[in-house]
Design a protein around this ligand. Structure first.
Ligand SMILES: Nc1ncnc2c1ncn2[C@@H]1O[C@H](COP(=O)(O)OP(=O)(O)OP(=O)(O)O)[C@@H](O)[C@H]1O
Ligand SMILES: [Mg+2]
Length: 213
């Protein structure tokens, strides 16, 4: 049985929209380490990550966060789950204010860590720029900085390497590896790449495509 110390565990979760997205996915994630979910476009990686992040319910099965079964998916209670989970979206959703102010929006930010990631991700010179007027890769780095600087037991990042040039692919991969020494990191990617190479465990979503008999 999952104890209090297990950050995230899921038991037999399945999800279908029009078609089956994934079926009977069971995993007890430890409190540190890097897990990478891989699969082609449309295979359900973002859906699985949202379910793991307690942003939407599975159709069946159970999600446990800090040992408690998650039953309430109303937006107004999400702040409770956000104390445990930091999330970086596949498509960064930044506010039309400066990069600096976007970085001040999240809760539980470790200010020292934020300063470090601002430098590591090359955001220092962009701080005064409006977030809607920076490049795709710069937006992605800003969104990643927000998630990386939050002090939560788990960090979930949906395609953290997308939009990034080779230099920042290296930087983000090593930042995630560093994080994974202290906390649970779950990321997604479309194929075999630096992220799958850096992972402690690679989860192939295509293994969860068969409806339960
Ligand atoms: N809210 C939704 N309502 C209905 N169908 C959805 C919804 N979200 C995703 N889908 C469908 O579920 C499937 C999986 O989508 P998902 O975004 O999880 O895939 P993905 O593996 O993240 O793809 P990509 O590599 O393009 O990011 C797709 O067929 C998609 O059209
Ligand atoms: Mg996706």
């Amino acid at each position: 049985m999952a104890g209090k110390s297990v950050v995230l565990s899921v038991d037999g979760i399945s999800k279908r929209y029009r078609d089956l997205v994934f079926s009977n996915f069971t995993w007890e994630f430890p409190n540190s380490g890097m897990f990478v979910i891989k699969g082609p476009n449309g295979s359900g990686k973002s859906t699985l990550l949202r379910v793991l992040a307690c942003m939407e319910p599975p159709d069946s099965g159970e999600v446990r966060l800090m040992g408690e079964v998650v039953r309430d998916y109303r937006a107004k209670v999400y702040h409770k789950y956000a104390r445990v989970i930091s999330f970086s979206f596949q498509e960064p959703a930044l506010l039309p204010i400066s990069v600096e102010r976007n970085l001040q929006v999240p809760t539980l930010v470790d200010e020292g860590r934020l300063e470090e990631v601002i430098d590591a991700l090359g955001l220092r010179k962009l701080l005064k720029s409006k977030a809607t007027k920076i490049s795709g890769g710069e937006k992605k780095r800003t969104d990643l900085a927000r998630a990386l600087s939050r002090k939560t037991p788990a960090l979930l990042a949906d395609e953290p390497l997308s939009f990034l040039d080779p230099e920042y692919v290296e930087v983000v991969t090593s930042l995630l590896r560093e994080e994974a020494k202290q906390r649970l990191v779950i990321a997604t990617t479309t194929g075999s790449d630096q992220l799958t190479d850096a992972a402690d465990t690679v989860i192939d979503i295509m293994d969860y495509k068969r409806a339960r008999q």
